[in-house]
Write a protein that binds this ligand. Sequence first.
Ligand SMILES: [Fe+2]
Length: 204
Amino acid sequence: MEFTAKGRGRRAIWIALVAAALAGLLLAGARAGAQAPEVVSAPANLSWQATIAPADEPGERLVVSGQVFAPDGTTPVAGITVYAYHTDATGHYTKTGALRPPRLQGWAKTDGEGRFEFHTIRPAAYPGRTIPAHVHFILWGAGYPRQWTDELRFEGDPFVTREMMAEAPGAGKFAAVVPLQRGADGALDCTINFRVRTVSNFKD
Ligand SMILES: [Fe+2]
Protein backbone atom coordinates (compact mmCIF):
# COMPACT_ATOMS: atom_id res chain seq x y z
CA MET A 1 0.00 0.00 0.00
CA GLU A 2 2.73 2.38 1.04
CA PHE A 3 4.73 1.58 -2.14
CA THR A 4 1.67 2.27 -4.36
CA ALA A 5 0.99 5.55 -2.61
CA LYS A 6 4.61 6.60 -3.15
CA GLY A 7 4.36 5.59 -6.81
CA ARG A 8 1.22 7.67 -7.21
CA GLY A 9 2.93 10.59 -5.54
CA ARG A 10 5.91 10.37 -7.91
CA ARG A 11 3.61 10.12 -10.91
CA ALA A 12 1.75 13.20 -9.74
CA ILE A 13 5.02 15.11 -9.35
CA TRP A 14 6.14 14.08 -12.85
CA ILE A 15 2.81 15.08 -14.37
CA ALA A 16 2.99 18.44 -12.59
CA LEU A 17 6.57 18.99 -13.84
CA VAL A 18 5.70 18.10 -17.45
CA ALA A 19 2.58 20.30 -17.32
CA ALA A 20 4.62 23.21 -15.95
CA ALA A 21 7.26 22.75 -18.68
CA LEU A 22 4.59 22.67 -21.41
CA ALA A 23 2.87 25.74 -19.99
CA GLY A 24 6.24 27.53 -19.95
CA LEU A 25 6.88 26.64 -23.59
CA LEU A 26 3.42 27.82 -24.63
CA LEU A 27 3.85 31.06 -22.72
CA ALA A 28 7.30 31.66 -24.27
CA GLY A 29 5.85 31.03 -27.73
CA ALA A 30 2.97 33.42 -27.18
CA ARG A 31 5.33 36.05 -25.79
CA ALA A 32 7.71 35.67 -28.77
CA GLY A 33 4.78 36.16 -31.15
CA ALA A 34 3.45 39.16 -29.26
CA GLN A 35 6.88 40.79 -29.01
CA ALA A 36 7.86 40.24 -32.64
CA PRO A 37 9.21 43.66 -33.66
CA GLU A 38 7.26 43.76 -36.92
CA VAL A 39 4.04 43.06 -35.01
CA VAL A 40 4.74 45.58 -32.23
CA SER A 41 5.77 48.28 -34.73
CA ALA A 42 2.85 47.76 -37.14
CA PRO A 43 0.99 51.07 -37.48
CA ALA A 44 -2.72 51.14 -36.72
CA ASN A 45 -5.26 51.61 -39.53
CA LEU A 46 -3.33 49.88 -42.29
CA SER A 47 -4.35 50.22 -45.92
CA TRP A 48 -3.86 47.69 -48.73
CA GLN A 49 -1.38 50.19 -50.24
CA ALA A 50 1.74 51.27 -48.37
CA THR A 51 4.95 53.17 -48.95
CA ILE A 52 8.23 51.59 -47.88
CA ALA A 53 10.72 54.02 -49.40
CA PRO A 54 9.94 57.76 -49.42
CA ALA A 55 10.33 59.68 -52.70
CA ASP A 56 13.81 60.92 -51.72
CA GLU A 57 15.21 57.43 -51.06
CA PRO A 58 18.05 56.79 -53.56
CA GLY A 59 17.32 53.97 -56.00
CA GLU A 60 15.05 52.93 -58.83
CA ARG A 61 11.35 53.21 -57.96
CA LEU A 62 9.58 49.86 -57.67
CA VAL A 63 5.96 48.89 -57.08
CA VAL A 64 5.43 45.42 -55.62
CA SER A 65 1.83 44.25 -55.77
CA GLY A 66 0.12 40.94 -55.23
CA GLN A 67 -2.63 38.95 -53.62
CA VAL A 68 -2.83 36.66 -50.61
CA PHE A 69 -4.82 33.45 -51.10
CA ALA A 70 -6.16 30.86 -48.69
CA PRO A 71 -4.43 27.45 -48.50
CA ASP A 72 -6.70 26.33 -51.39
CA GLY A 73 -4.68 28.70 -53.61
CA THR A 74 -7.78 30.33 -55.13
CA THR A 75 -9.76 32.13 -52.40
CA PRO A 76 -8.43 35.64 -51.70
CA VAL A 77 -7.99 36.44 -47.99
CA ALA A 78 -8.90 39.90 -46.68
CA GLY A 79 -7.42 41.38 -43.52
CA ILE A 80 -3.96 39.77 -43.69
CA THR A 81 -1.18 42.04 -42.48
CA VAL A 82 1.67 41.92 -45.01
CA TYR A 83 4.98 43.14 -43.60
CA ALA A 84 7.75 43.68 -46.17
CA TYR A 85 11.36 44.77 -45.79
CA HIS A 86 14.46 44.85 -47.93
CA THR A 87 17.92 46.32 -48.39
CA ASP A 88 18.54 49.78 -49.80
CA ALA A 89 20.22 50.56 -53.13
CA THR A 90 23.63 49.79 -51.53
CA GLY A 91 22.54 46.37 -50.23
CA HIS A 92 22.29 47.36 -46.56
CA TYR A 93 19.38 46.97 -44.15
CA THR A 94 20.53 49.79 -41.89
CA LYS A 95 23.03 52.64 -41.90
CA THR A 96 24.92 51.08 -38.99
CA GLY A 97 25.40 47.62 -40.47
CA ALA A 98 22.91 46.03 -38.08
CA LEU A 99 20.36 43.75 -39.71
CA ARG A 100 17.34 44.89 -37.72
CA PRO A 101 15.23 46.86 -37.57
CA PRO A 102 15.48 47.30 -41.33
CA ARG A 103 15.37 50.90 -42.48
CA LEU A 104 13.15 50.12 -45.49
CA GLN A 105 10.07 48.36 -44.15
CA GLY A 106 6.33 48.67 -44.52
CA TRP A 107 2.98 47.18 -43.61
CA ALA A 108 -0.15 46.70 -45.68
CA LYS A 109 -3.44 44.96 -44.91
CA THR A 110 -5.06 42.99 -47.71
CA ASP A 111 -8.33 44.35 -49.07
CA GLY A 112 -11.49 42.40 -49.93
CA GLU A 113 -9.72 40.83 -52.91
CA GLY A 114 -6.64 39.89 -50.89
CA ARG A 115 -4.61 42.61 -52.59
CA PHE A 116 -1.60 44.53 -51.27
CA GLU A 117 0.74 47.02 -52.88
CA PHE A 118 4.07 48.47 -51.76
CA HIS A 119 5.74 51.56 -53.21
CA THR A 120 9.46 51.39 -52.71
CA ILE A 121 12.83 51.19 -54.47
CA ARG A 122 14.55 48.21 -56.04
CA PRO A 123 16.76 46.59 -53.39
CA ALA A 124 20.40 45.74 -54.08
CA ALA A 125 22.19 42.47 -53.25
CA TYR A 126 24.26 42.25 -50.05
CA PRO A 127 27.70 43.74 -50.84
CA GLY A 128 30.39 41.16 -51.53
CA ARG A 129 27.95 38.23 -51.48
CA THR A 130 26.29 36.16 -54.20
CA ILE A 131 22.76 36.17 -52.74
CA PRO A 132 20.19 37.67 -55.15
CA ALA A 133 18.59 40.98 -54.22
CA HIS A 134 15.34 40.15 -52.44
CA VAL A 135 12.36 41.35 -50.44
CA HIS A 136 11.31 39.55 -47.24
CA PHE A 137 7.66 39.19 -46.26
CA ILE A 138 5.97 38.15 -43.05
CA LEU A 139 2.21 37.61 -42.95
CA TRP A 140 -0.26 37.28 -40.09
CA GLY A 141 -3.88 37.88 -39.20
CA ALA A 142 -7.38 36.91 -40.36
CA GLY A 143 -7.02 33.76 -38.26
CA TYR A 144 -3.64 32.78 -39.72
CA PRO A 145 -0.42 32.63 -37.66
CA ARG A 146 2.64 34.82 -38.21
CA GLN A 147 4.64 33.25 -41.04
CA TRP A 148 7.46 33.79 -43.51
CA THR A 149 6.80 33.63 -47.23
CA ASP A 150 9.28 32.84 -50.00
CA GLU A 151 11.54 35.81 -50.66
CA LEU A 152 10.75 37.90 -53.71
CA ARG A 153 13.62 37.84 -56.22
CA PHE A 154 13.88 39.30 -59.71
CA GLU A 155 14.37 37.69 -63.09
CA GLY A 156 17.60 38.87 -64.69
CA ASP A 157 19.38 39.21 -61.34
CA PRO A 158 22.95 37.96 -61.91
CA PHE A 159 22.77 35.93 -58.68
CA VAL A 160 19.51 34.14 -59.50
CA THR A 161 20.65 30.61 -60.33
CA ARG A 162 19.30 28.25 -62.97
CA GLU A 163 17.77 26.17 -60.17
CA MET A 164 15.91 29.21 -58.83
CA MET A 165 14.61 29.97 -62.32
CA ALA A 166 13.62 26.34 -62.85
CA GLU A 167 11.48 26.57 -59.69
CA ALA A 168 9.76 29.78 -60.77
CA PRO A 169 7.56 28.57 -63.67
CA GLY A 170 6.61 25.47 -61.66
CA ALA A 171 5.21 27.65 -58.93
CA GLY A 172 2.76 29.29 -61.39
CA LYS A 173 1.09 32.33 -59.91
CA PHE A 174 3.00 31.70 -56.67
CA ALA A 175 6.41 32.04 -58.35
CA ALA A 176 8.80 34.03 -56.16
CA VAL A 177 11.32 34.86 -58.91
CA VAL A 178 9.36 37.39 -60.93
CA PRO A 179 9.84 39.59 -64.00
CA LEU A 180 10.15 43.36 -63.69
CA GLN A 181 8.15 45.54 -66.04
CA ARG A 182 8.47 49.26 -66.63
CA GLY A 183 5.20 51.05 -65.90
CA ALA A 184 3.89 54.16 -67.66
CA ASP A 185 5.08 56.27 -64.70
CA GLY A 186 8.66 55.05 -65.20
CA ALA A 187 8.69 52.88 -62.07
CA LEU A 188 9.38 49.14 -62.21
CA ASP A 189 6.41 46.88 -61.42
CA CYS A 190 6.32 43.29 -60.26
CA THR A 191 3.75 40.93 -58.82
CA ILE A 192 4.07 38.26 -56.14
CA ASN A 193 1.22 36.18 -54.72
CA PHE A 194 1.15 34.19 -51.51
CA ARG A 195 -0.68 31.11 -50.32
CA VAL A 196 -1.16 31.52 -46.59
CA ARG A 197 -0.24 28.63 -44.23
CA THR A 198 -2.35 27.35 -41.37
CA VAL A 199 0.75 26.46 -39.32
CA SER A 200 3.48 28.98 -38.58
CA ASN A 201 6.95 28.34 -40.01
CA PHE A 202 8.65 30.49 -37.35
CA LYS A 203 11.14 28.64 -35.18
CA ASP A 204 10.66 30.79 -32.06
FE1 LIG B 1 17.63 39.45 -46.55
